[in-house]
Every structure is written in C-alpha cells, then in structure tokens.
Design a binder for this molecule. Structure first.
Ligand code: BEZ
Length: 248
C-alpha cells in the first residue's frame, strides 16, 4: 500500500496519540525484545525504545519506514509485511497499534505473530473492531453506490478464536467506542488519506464532489465545531503459553 508518509505524520497524529495508552498495557521492560508491527512513522516505536527495550519497527510501506528512520535514526526499522515478517530471534512482545484492520489476511498475520513470539511472550494490539467507522462507510457506500468493506473489523469472539486457533491464550479483550476528533483536515482529510485509494479510477473533481456529498450526509459526525469519526476499537492481549499444552 502506498502512503503519503509526510501527510500521515503531519495531519493524522491522532493515530499514535491514541495509541499511547496501549503502551501502558504493553508495559515494556528494559532489554526486552519488542517488535512494533505496523510502526508507521515510528512515534510509538520511539516511546517503546525509551523504556530501554530493544525494539524494531516493521511496516509494509517503504515511505513510512523511510520517514520513521529519518525521525529516529537510532532505532532499527525494516520494510516487512504483517503476514510474513521474520525476526532474527523470537520476541518477548509484539505490539501493534491501528494497523491490523488493514491486514485482511488476518489468519496469516495471527499465525506469523504466534510463531514470532517466545514461549511466555505477549501480543498486545489495538485496531478497528466490529462496527468501526460504520457511519462513514454507510454514507460512502450510499454516495458512491459501491458497497465498501475493505477493512478487517472483527468481533471479540472472532478475533479471540483466531488467536486461540494459532496457539495463543487471550487474557484480555475489549471492544469499545472511541469517538475520534479528526483534527484540522476533518472528514475530507480522513477520506483523502484512507478512503480515496479504494476509488483509483475516479478523477479528482469527482472525488471532491463525493467528499462534499459525504460531509452533507454524515452531519451526525460534526460535533461541537469539529468532525469526529465513529471509531470502535478492539484491544487484545494474548500470551504464547510456555508449554504447548497450557493445562500441563
Ligand atoms: C482506524 O484507525 O480505525 C481506521 C483508519 C483508517 C481506515 C479505517 C480504519
């Protein structure tokens, strides 16, 4: 996927700002080997590094990795895909914020994550959960006449079952609404960054018309003088058991 890493970093900082509370759940310790899966421009990777953990940031997008490396030259970053990344040594923890909804082959990602953890290692993740951006998606489908569900937004039971079938024990799972203010560029900026890629055939002028029509129809998301996306997050912590049979 090709991203405009500069625009992402400048205009969509809410992505990693919201991820900061996930770092508390990660609770990184000095010298732990931690992988930040889908690190984007590296802001949360840097916070993990600041704990003294040995972190590597992985992202499938070259532009994101180039920007992350420019931002934080002291941290290793690497282009790698969530469905087939390989680590030099298994990780104490794999952390992932606001990325796994882009990985529609969730089975391959879960399998790779499980394989890449040490026994006793943990997977700590947050991404879009069931019902995420429902209003935006419904309105976009209505306006374009194209039924759109390009992301993976699982329920707790779907995702827990997936992790469990890959040998991980889910010790925490939560699905919650997190209305998210979209900053200065508002809904138009969100659509341009995250939605326009699914309509590559449309001329810019037609995309502008669609954006205006979506804004018109999605007025319920305009609250107290700003656009607020109807985000719904799934958060999970899962452990790779020390023994293959966790009851033993
Ligand atoms: C999200 O963070 O929930 C999200 C961002 C972009 C597209 C879809 C979902």
């Amino acid at each position: 996927m090709n991203w405009n890493a500069i625009a992402y970093q400048k205009q969509h900082s809410y992505v990693w700002q919201h991820g900061e509370s996930l770092l508390e759940l990660l609770n990184a310790q000095p010298d732990e080997d931690i992988t930040d899966l889908g690190c984007g421009t590296g802001q949360l990777t840097e916070k993990i590094a600041a704990t003294g953990a040995k972190v590597i940031g992985l992202d499938s997008d070259r532009a994101m990795i180039a920007q992350a490396q420019a931002n934080y030259p002291h941290i290793p970053f690497q282009v790698a895909d969530a469905t087939n990344f390989e680590l030099k040594t298994p990780a104490d923890a794999i952390f992932s914020n606001a990325v796994l909804h882009w990985v529609t082959n969730a089975e391959a990602a879960a399998s790779q994550i499980a394989k890449s953890l040490k026994p006793g290692g943990r997977f700590v993740a947050e991404f879009g959960g069931h019902g995420n951006v429902k209003t935006i998606l419904n309105v976009l489908s209505k306006v374009t006449g194209k039924a759109l569900q390009p992301w993976y937004f699982p329920t707790i039971s779907e995702y827990s079952t997936l992790l469990e079938s890959n040998g991980l024990e889910v010790v925490y799972a939560m699905l919650f609404d997190r209305p998210t203010p979209l900053g200065k560029t508002g809904l138009a900026g969100w659509l341009a960054m995250f939605g326009q890629r699914f309509f590559p055939e449309l001329p810019e002028q037609r995309w502008q018309e669609i954006t205006e029509a979506v804004e018109e129809e999605a007025q319920s998301l305009y609250q107290a003088d700003q656009w607020v996306a109807d985000y719904r997050r799934i958060r999970v912590v899962a452990i790779k058991p020390l023994s293959k049979n966790p009851t033993v």
